[in-house]
Design a binder for this molecule. Structure first.
Ligand SMILES: Nc1ncnc2c1ncn2[C@@H]1O[C@H](COP(=O)(O)OP(=O)(O)OP(=O)(O)O)[C@@H](O)[C@H]1O
Ligand SMILES: [Mg+2]
Length: 595
């Protein structure tokens, strides 16, 4: 399985801002569209609050100059300034509330669309991605977009207005001083951008390293039983120590860079400010500039400097948003399992051949050059129990996957009651079957909920009946909370045999026309094995079944046994016939199990 690097908590990696990237972001517009009215009003408030922000330094300068030119205006101007502040406060409040309302609703819709899509993707997709990575898309990547729509976009617009409007007002106040400032500022800005990009690269390296260290935690904790069983706690601790140390070292280097960046900003930007004040002072001395004008000039310059500094941050955040969008769209662009196809009812089907594979070849998409099934032919007549046996890795579970159409054969045909399987709607095809898988996975929740998964909407007495059939009733009632016992995440609070019987109860409740049984490889104790066997026999009785058996004792009564080796069927017959064949592969398997 291809290993994908876990992404850091912050979501998918940044992507350079390209025209194409921006166009892809635009593809998210439909989610925003229903709220475009509110968004536009929010935008107006943003413009208004930025404009009042710009008016502030100018009025402040006038207030100072009124002391010498027209003292009667002092109170008026102060009141005006207060009014501007109140307006700016109101506008900003309205802008934030509106943007958050829009973003939250649009992104909830996007999240739902993503999940709806995700759950319809074909199984091989999930074999190639880590579950953590996929849930990250839903969580962090959408979180990044949320930040973009609630604050980053607003910041960007505000900064552009401040820089553009500020410069215009500066030029209006004193073009000489503005030109002087412009001679210094661009140099500082370019240096800051170069510095900033080095910092970003560094922080990306830190992010990657910390994702790698996190992968150690994720992996070892999800396989904690294995870690303990092999007493590899110490080596895991070491592995984690190395990774975290690497993160720390990188982050410390990054810290030196950030420190340098801040020092540079202090020297560069504030140095520029000192130079401007010096130049301004000389202009005041020659009478070309008023004191208040210099004050507002300095404040505007501060605003502009701050906005330029903020732009670098906004730039990174937009890069992140582009990365997140690409990742989300990649997922949305992956084709789902086909949703169409004809309805199907096996009871009305003319053919009595429930399942038929003819010359099927198959390899997993993640390993296309390793053939798993080759020229595989196999049939299951209606009402019969057919067993699949063979060494580990022979391809038995893969056959189950093909029967359920988790995967599609590369070559050959698969007929379901005489109809080509690909013509039947997946939901109809799978609706005919119930699978008791090799490794039973329960959902966190109660026992009752887990059984009801077989047929949502079943009544409680139906659940009880299914549990009885599955030999699960007694052990369930022995729990203090009975059917309402919580099974823990993935069902860890139940034993293997108990989990299996819950899975059988699920299948009983579903009452499928075809039963697929992938016998657990984990050995059960004699008592629970007996209980599981008994429940299975009851479930299979008179029902078309495909049983993968590891314990050959379980398939003596099957109508036919298909012996598989390296993706092919090498023998076919009843237990008696196959066991009698001295040179046969089945007999070899039997003898191995006896020893
Ligand atoms: N998702 C997958 N991606 C790639 N290869 C896979 C995948 N699942 C299984 N395989 C490979 O396909 C082959 C058949 O696997 P399969 O699970 O069908 O064997 P099996 O007969 O069920 O074995 P077991 O008795 O151990 O359950 C193996 O070589 C396995 O490595
Ligand atoms: Mg298997």
């Amino acid at each position: 399985m291809a290993r994908h690097r876990t992404q850091s908590k912050g979501g998918s990696p940044k992507k350079p801002i390209t025209w194409r990237g921006l166009q892809r972001i635009a593809r998210l517009y439909p989610y925003l569209k229903p709220y475009r009215g509110e968004f536009s009003v929010g935008l107006l408030f943003l413009l208004a609050s930025s404009a009042s922000n710009l008016a502030f330094p100018g009025l402040l300068g006038q207030l100072v100059d009124a002391t010498s030119t027209d003292p009667s205006k002092i109170n008026q101007l102060a009141l005006l300034l207060g009014g501007v502040l109140v307006l700016q406060a109101l506008f900003s409040f309205a802008r934030i509330v509106l943007f958050v309302r829009v973003a939250e609703r649009a992104l909830a819709a996007l999240r739902q669309a993503m999940y709806n899509h995700l759950i319809l993707l074909p199984l091989p997709y999930f074999h190639q991605k880590r579950v953590g990575e996929l849930s990250n898309r839903l969580q962090s990547d959408i979180g990044v977009l949320q930040e973009t729509f609630t604050s980053t976009l607003a910041e960007l617009i505000r900064q552009i207005i401040i820089i553009g409007g500020g410069l215009a007002l500066l030029a209006y106040t004193s073009w000489k001083l503005t030109l002087f400032m412009l001679a210094i500022l661009p140099a500082v800005v370019i240096a800051a951008l170069i510095f900033g990009s080095r910092i970003r690269k560094m922080s990306k390296a830190v992010q990657d390293a910390s994702a790698e260290s996190n992968a150690v935690v994720e992996e070892s904790l999800s396989g904690i039983a294995t870690v303990k069983a092999f007493t590899s706690e110490l080596s895991e601790t070491k592995r984690y120590k190395n990774r975290t140390q690497a993160v720390a070292q990188l982050a410390i280097k990054g810290g030196i860079l950030s420190g340098g960046f801040v020092s540079f900003l202090i020297l560069g930007l504030f140095g520029a400010l000192v130079a401007v004040v010096w130049k301004g002072a000389t202009l005041i001395a020659t009478g070309e500039l008023a004191t208040g004008q210099l004050l507002s000039f300095v404040i505007y310059s501060g605003f502009i400097g701050g906005s330029i500094g903020g732009l670098a941050d906004v730039y990174t955040r937009i890069q992140k948003a582009v990365g997140a969008t690409e990742a989300l769209l990649d997922m949305l662009d992956t084709t789902t399992e086909p949703q169409g196809g004809q309805a199907f009812n096996s009871n009305e089907a003319a053919s009595d051949m429930a399942l038929q594979f003819e010359s099927v070849s198959f390899s997993y998409p993640s390993r296309p050059d390793v053939p798993v099934l080759q020229d595989f032919s196999f049939c299951v007549p209606r009402g019969q129990q057919i067993a699949l046996v063979g060494a580990s890795g022979a391809g038995k579970s893969t056959v189950m996957g093909l029967i359920l159409r988790f995967f599609t054969p590369d070559q050959g045909s698969y007929q379901f009651f005489g109809t080509p399987a690909e013509k039947i709607a997946l939901s109809a095809l799978r609706g005919e079957m119930a699978l008791v898988p090799q490794d039973v996975l329960l959902f966190s929740g109660t026992i009752a909920e887990n059984i009801a998964y077989g047929r949502p909407g079943a009544t409680f007495s139906e659940l009880e009946e299914a549990a009885k059939q599955a030999n699960a009733f007694d052990f369930i009632l022995r729990f203090p909370s009975g059917f309402h016992t919580l099974v823990g995440e993935r069902g860890v609070q139940l034993s293997g045999g108990q989990r299996q019987r819950i899975a059988i109860a699920r299948a009983v409740l579903r009452n499928p026309s075809i039963l697929l049984l992938d016998e657990a490889t984990s050995a059960l104790d004699a008592e629970s094995e007996h209980l599981v066997q008994e429940a299975l026999q009851r479930l299979m009785k008179g029902r078309t079944s495909v049983i993968i058996a590891h314990r050959l004792s379980t398939v003596r009564d099957a109508d036919a046994i298909a012996v598989m080796d390296k993706g092919k069927i090498v023998e076919w017959g009843t237990h008696e016939v196959l066991a009698a064949n001295e040179k046969g592969y089945y007999r070899k398997l039997l003898q191995k199990q006896l020893h």
